[in-house]
Ligand binder design. Structure first.
Ligand SMILES: CC(C)(COP(=O)(O)OP(=O)(O)OC[C@H]1O[C@@H](n2cnc3c(N)ncnc32)[C@H](O)[C@@H]1OP(=O)(O)O)[C@@H](O)C(=O)NCCC(=O)NCCS
Length: 362
């Protein structure tokens, strides 16, 4: 069998969409991330993206992408690259196609200026563990949890903050808060120097007023960005453990007679928004908690299945989900490439405070 790997073009759109639909990611909950009608739209939201396609006798059997954008890197703006979208058609697995895609991509990345390359792998996805270890350097840099905040009841909001959507006159103060907060979080976007505007411009549907602010004494003390990413990616659940299937079925029954929101079935698309850039001024964790609760209550009003909140396990951001009903999904972020080795050096790892990951783009 001869496998050809080449850069994907706009003409491969339908083949790529069909391929990803056939490749669920198997973990505790198995999911398909659907990309139609435009496979490349998520790539544009990510930054500068290259996708490689593997073909056998002219049929698409595998894909892999790499994307680059600027980010905070040990307190200084720099460039980083991610690797993702790894998929191989079910009938062509264990034939070395993923390995061939990875080798081609690594060769291609060597032709670009060296930057840290990052790869996230979901806990329980055993198929990709070995591939990730051949690609990455050392131990994972960070472990993350994506919390699915379940809006099963209206969350109580305490704190007495003045909360509301950002207006154009708030942009400067919001950017200052975000950069002050995120410069201590490697791989997070740089918001200043027009970064926030560029980020919004490449995130279809996103606008400044999707950032919700909490003020104290007239000052912005916490913020969250909300994004409905369904125009570039939709998640379909294709497998759940028995306990979760039973819980969802029971909750669907109860929701017919109470105000509980609907729970998903296997086969259905998940309705949720992402919390992308949560930030708070020192000492105002409780303002962030109030914003997250407000957003969860809005998700309940929309009838969404959940609200997704992601942060590194050791990040104080994780305290914002306390007391909210939730499920969780765990994954780790590994680094590869020559530039990644500097992140591994002990003194630099100490200088790193936390790592950031935008689950909406993963
Ligand atoms: C993960 C995936 C891309 C692997 O593709 P593949 O072409 O079968 O992988 P390869 O044949 O190149 O395998 C390379 C190595 O990975 C490991 N591997 C691959 N599939 C595996 C599996 N199901 N279980 C355990 N190890 C596996 C093996 O070590 C394998 O080497 P070996 O066959 O010599 O033992 C494919 O299973 C897939 O598309 N899965 C669904 C989507 C997904 O989970 N993508 C990853 C998202 S991070």
């Amino acid at each position: 069998m001869s496998v050809d790997v080449r850069p994907a073009t706009a003409g491969d759109n339908d083949a790529l969409n069909a391929l990803v639909r056939r490749c669920p990611m198997r973990a505790d909950i198995s999911l398909i991330v659907e990309r139609d009608p435009d496979f490349f739209a998520l790539g544009r939201a990510r930054g500068t993206t290259n996708t490689f396609l593997a073909e056998v006798e002219g049929a698409a059997v595998g894909c892999l992408s790499a994307w680059r954008h600027s980010a905070w890197l040990r307190g200084t703006p720099g460039d980083i690259s991610y690797i993702g979208d790894l998929r191989v058609a079910p009938e062509q697995r264990r034939l070395g196609i993923a390995s061939q895609l990875v080798a081609t991509l690594v060769q291609y990345l060597r032709t670009l200026p060296p930057v840290p390359q990052l790869l996230s792998t979901g806990a329980g996805n055993s198929a990709v563990t070995q591939l990730a270890s051949t690609f990455s350097v050392g131990e994972p840099l960070a472990r993350f949890t994506s919390w699915q905040l379940l809006p099963v009841m209206a969350a109580k909001i305490r704190g007495g903050f003045d909360m509301g959507p950002a207006e154009s006159r708030d942009e400067g103060d919001l950017v200052t808060l975000l950069d002050e907060f995120y410069r201590h979080r490697d791989f997070s976007p740089v918001f200043g120097a027009g970064g926030l505007g560029r980020l919004l411009a490449r995130s279809p549907g996103a606008k400044l007023s999707d950032y919700v602010l909490a003020r104290h004494g007239g000052r912005i003390v916490a913020a969250i960005g909300l994004w409905d990413a369904s125009s570039v990616r939709r998640t379909r659940v294709v497998g759940m453990p028995l306990w979760l299937r039973s819980m969802c079925a029971a909750t669907r029954v109860v929701s017919r007679i109470t105000a509980l929101p609907p729970f998903p079935r296997v086969g259905s698309l998940l309705r949720f928004w992402y919390i992308r850039h949560a930030a708070f001024e020192d000492g105002y964790e409780h303002a962030l908690r109030a914003l997250v609760r407000r957003a969860a209550n809005e998700a309940r009003t929309r009838g969404d299945h959940f609200l997704l909140y992601t942060c590194a396990d050791d990040d104080p951001l994780s305290s914002a989900v306390a007391g909210l009903p939730r499920l969780s999904f765990h994954y780790s972020l590994s680094a590869a490439g020559s530039a990644a080795r500097m992140l591994e050096r002990a003194e630099n790892r100490k200088a790193l405070s936390w790592c950031f990951e935008d689950a909406a783009l993963a």
